[in-house]
Design a binder for this molecule. Sequence first.
Ligand code: AMP
Length: 455
Amino acid sequence: MSTEQNISPVEKAPTFAEFGFAEPILRAILEQGYTQPTPIQAQAMPHVMQGRDVMGAAQTGTGKTAAFVLPILQNILPLASNSASPARHPIRALVLTPTRELADQVADNAFKYAKYTDIRTAVVFGGVDMSAQTTLLRSGIELLIATPGRLLDHITQKTANLSQVQILILDEADRMLDMGFLPDLQRIISLIPAQRQTLLFSATFSPEIKKLAQSYLRDPVTIEVARQNAAADTVQQVIHMVPSEQKKDAVVKVLNARIQKGLSRQAIVFTNSRIGCSKLASALERSGIKAGAIHGDKSQIERMQILEAFKNGTMDVLVATDVAARGLDIADMPCVINHELPFNAEDYVHRIGRTGRAGARGDAIALVDPSEERLLADIEKLMNRQLIRMPVPDPAGGVAADPFFYMPYVAQDPNQPAKTAASDEVAKTNPASQPSIKPAAKPVAALLGGFKKKP
Ligand code: AMP
């Protein structure tokens, strides 16, 4: 089973009520409409409630936030107070996240889950004015969600005191290490009592993550709901070999072909650099596509506005860098386009994991120029499958020129009727008849007279 399918609730797991959550927490859970815990919740919650350290392999989209926030609320609930005195509201649980977006998202959930309790929750991250955060922290907060840099600013200003933290959560720890936060983490952890509960969540258990866990976790329970390096089986992956100077046009063609085919207009397009991200979004806008860029140089307000426009459908294409996109909870993303391949093959798996969630069909399209063939080989090795190469669709040329209309994903069985656009439509509405994404025995691109691999 793949990570993204693990949002599906577990049939035989105990209900939330059977976990023994207090009434105010249970009420909030019911209000969210959660009827059954997801696999990560079913596995992690009992251990977290017992005060055990937990090392969990799970990505955004699996329900991992509730898997740690709900039991933390339960554990600190006996200490909650309705006193107005800040001294009665020390920081008891601290969640550290790599990005502002993830911090914001975790906090959004935490507010909802804690709303019927006296537990005060707040989020602090960089890119926005510190003064409102300072006022909040001074008033007393029990559950704090923070990015490392901004938290250290508050610690320096003496507006955050970690001496009473009992529970520490490192969310997306792998990304925090990738982003060079290790020294910040070390400093922050040195300010938290050693007698504490520590939870670490990471998409993968790399050697660096294991080392981090060895340093800071005590006899952790390991929970892995995700098969490592797997992509959801519902994601159809396609490679278009395109010289780099034609990539922007190729993105436009792919998007227009999807619209022509009646598929959703929405897509997330990944780029490797901030500059490339902004340039591509502007170029798409000039081509009449409603696009916005989200990357680390954007102010927090801008990022939130773009994300909101994308979520409410007034923007069709979100062009993003990995860091900015990490942790974004965008439901049902129908299409992911890699404008460039990421330098790290595992990031490719994360990127395409944004589509094909919860059993929905998704398309993952990568534009690859000859200089990226080594990266493509790394990805194919990691995924243990050869990805299919197809020519870029040509919506202007009509159906006949558009391989998306008749492209078989597997070599055609000579005993079966030829695959047509119509049969593709049937396949779309009937997931059981979805073609496998295994490559054809013969290079299909060659059959189509499209791109041929360099000799
Ligand atoms: P996360 O992986 O924490 O980002 O959660 C992904 C999405 O799943 C969020 O929108 C949650 O509100 C939702 N979610 C979390 N737990 C459950 C559950 N038990 N049942 C249904 N949806 C859930």
